[in-house]
Design a protein around this ligand. Structure first.
Ligand SMILES: Cc1cc2nc3c(=O)[nH]c(=O)nc-3n(C[C@H](O)[C@H](O)[C@H](O)COP(=O)(O)OP(=O)(O)OC[C@H]3O[C@@H](n4cnc5c(N)ncnc54)[C@H](O)[C@@H]3O)c2cc1C
Length: 519
């Protein structure tokens, strides 16, 4: 059995891994030369005191003790096995495909967008001249919405084994080993594309298929069972269909409704993105003027209740960039991403509030179960009107927003298409504006200096979660009325974030195996 050693170190000491061995040997009471392996299993920062500290948990193996086996994944050949259609190559679709291979099924993965390299060019074009390809953008294409992101890997999942396996799968495909032990692991947008490409390669090498540029436009149903999907004129058959198309695929929800397949309106969240100078967030969180070379860009996570509704920060990106995340040029939608070093001079985060069914009840008569989606769309279209062509986003300084004043100037921003001053508090739904304003006041009490005119709000952060659920039976995880249809991931309403979507994809693949094995 390895010994577990916990060290609490100054950031400059923790930054030098050569110092661990003598310190760990002393703490464990063993001779340094007897250590066969010393590995970090957890690292976290404690910034509650004036002087931040790093907590390190280490596993120490002494000589002659069996060492842990390196993690390895063997994906069997499935080229001639039963085919399962997987729609969408986001984390849910990719992890469903990998798990199907492990279970001996052949995934046929259909993705409306492009492979990573081509997608990179389309994403650059949105930033350069505002041209949005509706099939290839920050939401759509290889790897889904997570490819150009911060790559934070948090989950509230209680199943540690699944979580560790998901992280190990990412490491196996090229992620840095640190994600296995960091308390708040993240990958970074500069590293994610290669990992996604490697996962796609694993699927193809095992005999699975990947079809890019294949937008699913219809479902083939027979006698209450799905037998395949349509991409334009082409029909693609499979023993089951995993539908993992993410929360931005509005046409998928519409196609489901038109095909008579039940979906349900659900609560979601929306608001704006907030951006501060990173130096300001560092000084608040680390109680110092400058964080120095040994601490990472500081982050925050804020939650409060305003009139019984949640207001919270979401997907915080320290040292990051705000990006244009619309899937259509008629919308203004923003989101955030960071490079692995988190070294931009800006800190951004979503700032959103809960939207419940009663908030969009007025749209139910016309839009039925898609009323929340319509509410979200109207918000994005208003932002586009008050922003500008070429994805210029409407913006207001934070203290001005809270005080209900126009901003006559705007601070610099990481958002490449640019920003234009706008009274966000006037045109957004009042229920959203009021809750965000009150929430900001509360956050300022917790992080003194958070409400400042050095910070800016950009519109709008609308794609935090899906406004539509595709129901599934609790036991079989299939759609209750369509046998063989397995809704998965964030778009189906069962996940939020890269890891939870990936874990849901794996779970769905196991449910598919149980169904197909018994068909
Ligand atoms: C800029 C940005 C930053 C983010 N940062 C983080 C982060 O740091 N950490 C985190 O946990 N989460 C982050 N997220 C959220 C995260 O990316 C999503 O929660 C996650 O990707 C959801 O996975 P999914 O597989 O369910 O769906 P998605 O990733 O949305 O994938 C769905 C896929 O389906 C495809 N598709 C859609 N319709 C069709 C169709 N008709 N036919 C064929 N294919 C179709 C899409 O092109 C897409 O590739 C971020 C999102 C964005 C946009």
């Amino acid at each position: 059995m390895p010994k577990t050693v916990v060290l609490t170190l100054r950031p400059d000491v923790a930054a030098d891994a050569r110092r661990y061995e003598p310190l760990a040997a002393r703490a464990a009471g063993v001779a340094e030369q007897d250590i066969a392996l010393l590995r970090v299993v957890k690292r976290s920062i404690d910034a509650r005191q004036r002087q931040p500290k790093i907590h390190l948990t280490l596993e120490l193996y002494v000589d002659r003790e069996p060492l842990p086996a390196p993690v390895h994944f063997d994906y069997p050949q499935v080229g001639n096995r039963t085919e399962v259609v997987v729609v969408g190559s986001g984390p849910a679709g990719l992890f469903a495909a990998l798990r199907l291979i492990e279970r001996g099924y052949r995934p046929i993965l259909l993705e409306r967008g492009k492979p990573v390299l081509d997608r990179k060019r389309d994403v650059a074009r949105i930033n350069r001249n505002g041209a949005v390809d509706p099939d290839s953008n920050y939401a759509f294409g290889a790897g889904g919405a997570g490819t150009f992101s911060d790559g934070k890997l948090f989950t509230r999942s209680k199943k540690r084994g699944d979580y560790n396996k998901a992280l190990q799968t990412l490491v196996f495909h090229g992620a840095a080993e640190e994600i296995l032990y960091e308390a708040h692991p993240h990958i970074g947008t500069d590293k994610l594309p290669r990992i996604i490409t490697n996962i796609c390669r694993t699927i193809e090498n095992a005999g699975g298929e990947l079809h890019f540029g294949c937008r699913v436009t219809g479902f083939d149903l027979h006698d209450g069972r799905i037998v395949g999907v349509r991409c334009g004129e082409e029909r693609i058959a499979g023993a089951a269909v995993v539908l993992a198309t993410g929360h931005s695929a509005r046409n998928v929800y519409e196609t489901l409704v038109h095909s008579g397949i039940r979906v349900e309106a659900k609560p979601f969240a929306m608001g704006v993105r907030i951006e501060h100078p990173q130096l300001l967030i560092d000084s608040i969180q680390y109680h110092c003027r400058e964080r120095g070379p040994y601490l990472p860009a500081a982050s925050y996570s804020l939650v409060s209740q305003v009139n019984g509704r949640g207001v919270y920060s979401f997907c915080m990106c320290p040292g990051g960039f705000i990006v244009p995340a619309m899937t259509d040029a008629a919308q203004s939608v923003v989101n955030g991403m960071s490079p692995s070093q988190r070294n931009s001079p800006y800190a951004n985060s979503g700032l959103v509030t809960e939207i419940r069914l009663e908030d969009f009840a007025a749209l139910r008569d016309e839009w039925g179960e898609l009323a929340g989606m319509r509410f979200q769309q109207l918000f994005e279209e208003a932002a586009r009107r008050y922003g500008g062509a070429a994805q210029i986003a409407p913006a207001q300084r934070v203290a001005d927003f809270v005080a209900g004043r126009a901003s006559t100037t705007l601070p610099s921003t990481s958002y490449l298409p640019g920003i234009v001053a706008s009274r966000l508090d006037r045109w957004m739904p009042q229920l959203v504006a009021q809750r965000l304003r009150e929430g900001l006041r509360m956050f300022d009490r917790r992080m003194h200096g958070f409400v400042t005119n050095e910070a800016v709000l950009l519109g709008v952060e609308s794609r935090t979660s899906t406004p539509v659920r595709i129901p599934r039976d609790a036991a079989t995880l299939m759609h209750p009325e369509v046998r063989g249809l397995f809704p998965a991931g964030e778009g189906a309403g069962y996940a939020g974030g890269i890891i939870s979507a990936a874990l849901d994809g794996e779970r769905i693949a196991d449910a598919v195996a149980a169904y197909v094995g018994g068909v």
